[in-house]
Design a binder for this molecule. Structure first.
Ligand SMILES: Nc1ncnc2c1ncn2[C@@H]1O[C@H](COP(=O)(O)OP(=O)(O)OP(=O)(O)O)[C@@H](O)[C@H]1O
Ligand SMILES: [Mg+2]
Length: 277
């Protein structure tokens, strides 16, 4: 059997006194949508930061198609085809939607910086082809109408979509999404579900952190649930929503955290039955 696209083996991250992630094992198989869930502070973003080279794990190994990439810097991780979006939107202000998405292509730009200054024919040809590529993706993500608008002046839902486009334009092998539904209304989160499934059907593997259970339960093929940095359950959405350890972790969440109270695991299961995608 071939190695999974991504594998974490006994991965740990310690911040001075705090064990944020502890002996975490899981795999992401090619062509799947894998969800990483858990209460606030469980260590989810830290896992993403280790995979993408922002943090070097203090224990364990991260394997990409069986190759050890533990501690590889972010530019090398990106060169492998691992791209991400962030929990808080990080678009370039003062730049249009098109320019923001085009920025996601910078690793693939063939021309040298000085050719850009001189405006050589090769550089101009590349620019034209990149813009065409960006416009085609904006069309696909229903963003074409705002291509020339300032990205940070758009609605929250559209900004999240622009972030997704910026990661997708680089033709990722693995797309890592940190709470892509945060701040979205119900309609926008339904649209996000469809977008994620179409990304997967286009051959991109997806690893996502999400608190919105309507997204998690409807789009993932496999879910890993962590709490206090440790894996407490793993399985299909059906297995996860019925797992007592997962339900307990959700119920242990603070009362003022409506992410988990409004849409409990069981509640999401019921709403999924009412409104399948
Ligand atoms: N750079 C850091 N230095 C020290 N502690 C950190 C650092 N980054 C994260 N932590 C701590 O590690 C733990 C896990 O944080 P992390 O952001 O990974 O959680 P999370 O599961 O993404 O939470 P949320 O759902 O709120 O986004 C938290 O206790 C957090 O305070
Ligand atoms: Mg987080």
């Amino acid at each position: 059997m071939s190695a999974p696209l991504l594998r974490l083996e006994e991965v740990g991250m310690r911040f001075s006194g705090l064990q944020a992630v502890d002996a975490l094992d899981f795999s992401v198989d090619a062509g799947k949508v894998v969800g990483l869930i858990g209460p606030n502070g469980a260590g989810k973003t830290t896992v993403f930061n280790m995979i993408t080279g922002v943090y070097r794990p203090t224990a364990g190994r991260i394997l990409w198609q069986g190759r050890d990439i533990t501690g590889a810097p972010p530019y090398r991780v990106a060169a492998l085809g691992i791209y991400r979006t962030f929990q808080t939107i990080r678009l370039f202000s003062g730049m249009t939607v098109l320019e923001n998405v085009q920025a996601g292509l910078h690793l693939q730009t063939r021309q040298q910086w000085w050719q850009g200054l001189l405006g050589t024919p090769a550089q101009r040809r590349e620019e034209v082809s990149q813009v065409a590529q960006v416009r085609a993706l904006l069309e696909r993500l229903e963003l074409a109408h705002c291509a020339d608008e300032n990205a940070t002046s758009l609605s929250y839902g559209l900004q999240r979509r622009v972030e997704l486009a910026r990661a997708l334009i680089a033709s990722p092998r693995l797309l890592i999404l940190d709470e892509p539904a945060a701040g979205l209304n119900d309609q926008e989160s339904l649209e996000l579900n469809r977008t994620i499934l179409s990304i997967r059907d286009g051959g991109v593997t997806v690893l996502l952190v999400e608190h919105d259970m309507n997204v998690v339960m409807n789009v993932t093929d496999h879910i890993v649930c962590i709490n206090f940095g440790r894996k407490i359950a793993e399985g299909t959405p059906e297995q996860i929503r019925n797992d007592p350890k997962v339900i307990e972790a959700y119920l242990g969440q603070d009362d003022d955290d409506d992410d988990w109270n409004d849409e409990s695991v069981a509640g999401a299961a019921a709403s999924e039955r009412r409104a399948p995608i």
